[in-house]
Design a protein around this ligand. Structure first.
Ligand code: NAP
Length: 410
């Protein structure tokens, strides 16, 4: 058996990792230019293929048979070669989105659902939602329902983003302003990198149900794998693979007072998880070309904070890092969405009398107690988890790992 993913530009894909977890078959990436598509489909040595942008429609004429779902959606994301050499086209994105919606626990029956975008993923979402009895409105930049007449849809219950707006590396932008929808219950975003797009961060801030596209990615792969191997795979594999990927992709971000042990605990976490550890203060020094005391000696704290935000913006777009931040990063509200988009934020709390102060410009000029009084509510606001570091750093690192594990289990 030989399987893989067909697309034009695949970059970093999680599909090989997901399929390796789903079955015992080799899975390769095939980047093919449009003029070579026909030749590839006719002569390449494969048993099963996933199909992605821009070929989900382009492969239709090469399929001798189409599944009902592929026919209905007019798109194929899974090809299986039969013994006689002909191709069957399936669409497992339908199952993927249905599974994502089910995980969110959002009830869409008789509710208004806005689906943003009118491409392939939008078609899939619309089909699933209509099947479940939703009143679906597609918002398209060029459609009758568009971003200029959203006020017509104030009674919307659920929004589904099926556009690429907010996707890595163009993070921090949202296709829609949520304040327009007072009855909104939840937002689903088909994007999974970053884990929380600006749209999902905005929804989370309003206390709405949110879900990103990682579950859909895993669920569609599960159904594809069933077509490849010709037998059923338990749905219980989906949460297991999803959890593994989510852990691997999310950053762990340590915040806390200067000298509270973020770098030491960060290094221990890096060792335990085999992950790269980045000290944000060192990254700032590299970016500025001088030490932090020199930055302060040359300019104001505001200038330092600007460099810090730019550095955190670059770091937190990445995945799978452990980031030990500077103590004052919480003083800028705009750092929160940057850090949270891809990360779990852990507040490392230490008795003020135990804080190390050497080489820390702000710690020397401001009394720690005064600084803590100001920053405490900011740490509380940023933190997803809080861990005391009054014992040994090893104990703290173990507690962080245990809490992360608990969080992932939910
Ligand atoms: P697509 O066929 O290119 O469609 C995207 C649609 O988004 C376009 O038709 C367009 O609709 C709208 N759009 C594009 N650029 C936009 C912009 N700058 N501003 C506003 N709207 C814009 O892509 P797709 O295959 O449907 O994928 C859409 C998204 O879903 C992508 O982010 C993709 O990664 C994600 N996806 C995720 C999964 C998963 O398993 N999680 C599966 C499939 C797709 P209008 O022209 O009508 O506005």
């Amino acid at each position: 058996m030989k399987c893989g993913l067909l697309g034009r530009k695949l970059g970093h894909s999680y599909s090989p990792q997901i399929h390796n977890a789903l079955g015992d078959y080799p899975y390769k990436l095939f980047e093919v230019e449009p003029e070579h598509l026909e030749m590839f489909l006719q002569s390449a040595d494969f048993t099963g293929l996933n199909v992605t942008i821009p070929y989900k429609k382009a492969v239709l004429p090469y399929c001798a048979t189409l599944s009902k779902t592929a026919q209905r959606l007019g798109a194929v994301n899974t090809l299986v070669r039969k013994k006689d050499g002909t191709l069957i086209g399936h669409n497992t994105d339908y199952f993927g989105f249905a599974s994502m919606l089910q995980r969110s626990n959002l009830d869409v029956q008789n509710k208004k659902v806005l689906v943003l975008g009118s491409g392939g993923a939008s078609n899939t979402a619309v089909a699933v939602l209509q099947e479940l009895g939703a009143n679906v409105i597609v918002i398209s930049r060029s459609g009758e329902n568009n971003y200029d007449n959203l006020h017509l849809h104030g009674d919307t219950s659920v929004i589904v983003n099926a556009t690429p707006v907010g996707m890595y590396p163009h993070v921090g932008v949202s296709p829609i302003e949520l304040n327009l929808f007072p009855k909104l219950e939840g937002v689903l975003d088909l994007i999974y990198n970053p884990a929380r797009t600006k749209l999902l961060l905005d929804a989370e801030a309003k206390g709405l149900i949110t879900e990103n596209g990682l579950w859909m990615l895993v669920a569609q792969a599960k159904e594809s794998a069933e077509w490849f191997i010709g037998s059923k795979i338990s749905n219980n594999r989906i949460p297991v693979i999803h959890k593994g990927l989510r852990c691997q992709m999310e950053n762990i971000i340590l915040i806390g007072m200067p000298g509270c042990g973020k770098s030491t605990v960060g290094a221990l976490l890096g060792e335990a998880l085999g992950r790269p550890v980045v000290d944000a203060d060192k990254a700032i020094e590299e970016a500025a070309g001088c030490t932090i005391p020199e930055i302060f000696a040359r300019g104001t704290e505001v200038e330092f904070r600007q460099i810090e935000t730019a550095v955190l913006s670059d770091l937190s777009k990445q995945s799978g890092l452990i980031i030990a931040t500077g103590g004052g990063c919480v003083t800028r509200e705009e750092n929160y969405p940057l850090l949270h988009q891809n990360g779990t934020i852990v507040w490392i709390k230490r008795d003020l009398r135990k804080l190390a102060t050497e080489g820390r410009p702000l710690s020397q000029v401001t009394k720690m107690e005064d600084m803590f009084k100001i920053r405490k509510p900011m740490y509380e606001q940023f933190a997803d988890l809080t861990v005391s570091n009054d014992g040994t750093p090893e104990e703290t690192a173990s507690r962080v790992l245990a809490l992360l594990e608990q969080g992932e289990a939910q």
